[in-house]
Design a protein around this ligand. Structure first.
Ligand code: SAM
Length: 261
């Protein structure tokens, strides 16, 4: 996968690209990352990349000409790349969008700054993507997030082939709780089943842990999930248990009928 980044701050990416799995993916030629500096395509003496907005108002807007030049250069370097404008107004980025992008040959990210990019540049991108409902000062952290999430889905990037398969969101579930040595920490034990060496029991415990966490933290994910027989069985057991709890007498009514206040 070839990544291109159109930015006025290419140095921001230096540390990100030289650590961990991303560094290794570059070394193993699983990905290439090339940043194109918008400033190099500004024609004036001061290499200006922004200007005041037409119609007035606060802040500055990224000028179209230097951006157009930088995007053309990125497209020359990565001809098969999909051009993505990073914008809080774009399609929400999720794990399934990451999986979709991971099937492409190349991605070119346009990083805005200031109040954003001139609308005529926004219109020439293939699409806009947002990393969440909040506003950053620039698109660079968003580009890093997309590069990171997409790279770890590429074959060979994580080392163990199935490491990404069981991550949160992969099957409409959050991942199960994880533990490592020591077996007792701050008075808390690792669940015994994880030390049992019984693979089937460990798998079942992990499934229950995943379901419980998803139900507690992100019940919306389960809406689109096709449940297995075992998953239904586990949820039914919990429902029966909760049903038993809620069908008992209310504590306040019981207190009133026994004459207590
Ligand atoms: N004025 C713009 C608006 O209200 O829609 C926000 C501009 S923001 C200060 C500057 C740049 O940061 C944007 O052009 C975009 O590239 C990037 N950015 C900010 N928030 C983002 C988000 N949630 N997702 C992706 N990129 C974002």
């Amino acid at each position: 996968m070839d990544f291109g980044i159109v930015t006025i701050f290419p140095e921001i990416f230096d540390s990100f690209l030289s650590h961990g799995i991303i560094r290794r993916a570059i070394a193993d030629r699983i990905i290439t990352v090339r940043a194109v500096n918008v400033r190099e395509f500004a024609k004036d003496r001061h290499r200006t990349t922004d200007d005041r907005p037409y119609g007035g108002g606060a802040g500055m807007v990224m000028k179209p000409e230097p951006l157009a030049g930088a995007i053309a250069e990125a497209r020359r370097l990565i001809p098969a790349g999909r051009t993505i404008l990073l914008s809080p107004q774009g399609r929400p980025f999720t794990q399934s969008v990451a999986a979709e992008l991971a099937t492409l040959e190349g991605l070119i990210f346009i990083c805005g700054r200031y109040e954003g990019v001139d609308e005529r540049i926004a219109a020439c991108a293939d699409e806009a993507i947002s990393i969440g409902d909040y506003v950053l000062t620039g698109g660079e952290p968003a580009a890093m997030i997309l590069i990171d999430a997409v790279t770890r889905l590429l074959p060979g990037a994580l080392g163990g082939e199935d490491s990404a398969e069981k991550d949160s969101f992969s099957d409409h579930l959050l991942e199960y709780a994880q533990y490592t040595r020591p077996p007792v920490f701050a008075g808390e034990d690792v669940p015994e089943v994880l030390l049992s060496g019984n693979h089937a029991l460990v798998e079942d415990w992990r499934l229950q842990s995943s379901l419980a966490r998803t139900l507690a933290n992100r019940p919306d994910l389960l809406k689109d999930k096709r449940l297995t027989r075992r998953e239904k069985q586990i949820l039914k057991q919990w429902c029966d248990y909760i049903e038993g709890l809620v069908s008992g007498p209310d504590s306040d009514c019981a207190a009133a009928s026994s004459g207590e206040k």
